[in-house]
Design a protein around this ligand. Structure first.
Ligand code: PMP
Length: 395
């Protein structure tokens, strides 16, 4: 019956994680998967999250299904974090928001909704992008293309090439954008560059689909939401998939949201209905526990949570400058500025597949094949050995 079922080669990042777990070397360092570790190399449990969870456990009651669209308090909190407490679009009830199973679930529900209502549109993702973008949108039946994004020469965004390519995207197509902390490169657009993209989207009637999985890891909650808020205040419609996996350190609780910014509240209501329908035919309704934590923290402990998030961001910045200093001290002839310029959890090191292989096999330092390094998994005591290993594989 199932003879024709192909072997699943595995997800490249998750497979690497399994190899790391099986590696017996005590000094191995995993900088492949995108997780934030504290300096003791543990996934942190944020204080605000723990307090909320403890309070929730004390009042545990029955567990009815949530509605298809998720918990009202969670949806409201997620919306204001993305669009701002004083957002006009929120006030005008122009945003249809559903609770989703992580950021991935938001992308999937969004992709299914779009395929039903824009069946002929094509999807454009940046080159490179998070691998699952292509899988999710092509899995939903879309043709997925790439637009230029990263320049290996400047180790930043090739904005001119990106803009020129978007100016040629067929009218009405869907363009996926990383709102902040680009995965895998860490190279983000400036506010000015986001501003310059608005007329391109408007003139070509393109649908921006923002993915924001790292809000707060770049420069701060407000600053990291700039692109989303700017497009919205310019009157553009858009879609936004958000994730609380990283900024609440709640990975396995699968907390995310999908938001569709509509021209008016009547359209938003219809869109919300169709998002509910997409949820219903995928998994019926979202889970309760993580959403209760997120809602309680954002309602009652927002300041405390933001302080903890700021400390996480500062730790990443300290790792960036620590690695920069160590590499610069050994190889002053090479330019490692990218470590300081790139934002968020990841940096694109420019190391080749072969150098990445040597790092892993000879030194037990795990990066992904593209040369992406997770800066948020580096710690004070791993900076020196990681820098030494990198220097050994450099030409
Ligand atoms: N988008 C990007 C760019 C990501 O890096 C990730 C997580 N790695 C996601 C979406 C998905 O987030 P989640 O784990 O909450 O599904």
């Amino acid at each position: 019956m199932f003879q024709h079922v192909d072997v699943y080669p595995g997800d490249p990042i998750l497979t690497l994680n399994e190899s790391f777990a099986g590696d017996p070397r005590p000094n191995k360092v995993n900088l492949s998967i995108g997780v934030f570790l504290d300096d003791a190399r543990r996934l942190p449990i944020m204080g605000a999250v723990l307090e909320a969870e403890t309070a929730i456990l004390k009042q545990i009651g029955t567990r009815p299904y949530l509605p298809m669209e998720g918990a009202p308090s969670y949806r409201k909190a997620a919306q204001s974090l993305l669009f701002g407490d004083d957002s006009m679009a929120v006030g005008e009830k122009r945003i249809a928001t559903v609770q989703t199973i992580g950021g991935s679930g938001a992308l999937k529900v969004g992709a299914d909704f779009l395929k039903a209502y824009f069946p002929d549109a094509q999807v454009w993702i940046c080159d490179p992008s998070w691998d699952n973008h292509r899988s999710i949108f092509s899995g939903a039946g879309f043709k997925v293309h790439a637009y230029p994004y990263y320049s290996p020469v400047t180790q930043g965004v090739d904005f001119e090439a990106m803009k020129a390519a978007l100016q040629k995207v067929p009218q009405g197509d869907i363009v996926l954008l990383h709102a902040c902390c680009h995965n895998p490169t860490g190279a983000d657009l400036t506010e000015q560059q986001w501003r310059e993209l608005v007329p391109v989207f408007r003139e070509r009637r393109l649908l921006p689909f923002f993915d924001i999985a790292y809000q707060g890891f770049g420069e701060g909650i407000e600053q990291d939401a700039f692109a989303i808020r700017h497009f919205t205040s310019e009157g553009l419609v858009s879609m936004v998939a958000s994730s609380f996996s990283k900024n609440f350190s709640l990975y396995g609780e699968r907390c995310g949201s999908l938001n569709v910014v509509c021209p008016d509240s009547a359209q938003a209501e219809n869109v919300l209905g169709q998002l509910k329908s997409a949820v219903r035919r995928n998994y019926s309704s979202p889970p309760t526990h993580g959403a209760r934590i997120v809602a309680m923290v954002l309602e009652d402990m927002r300041g405390r949570w933001e302080d903890e998030l700021t400390a996480m961001r500062s730790r990443i910045l300290a790792m960036r400058s620590g690695l920069y200093d160590a590499l610069h001290a050994s190889r002053p002839d090479r330019n490692f500025d990218y470590l300081l310029k790139q934002k968020g959890m990841f940096s694109y090191t420019g190391l080749s597949q072969e150098q990445v292989r040597r790092l892993r096999e000879e030194y037990g330092v795990y990066l992904i094949g593209s040369g992406r390094m997770c800066m948020a998994a580096l710690t004070q005591d791993t900076i020196a050995p990681v820098a030494e290993a990198i220097v050994k594989v450099l030409d």
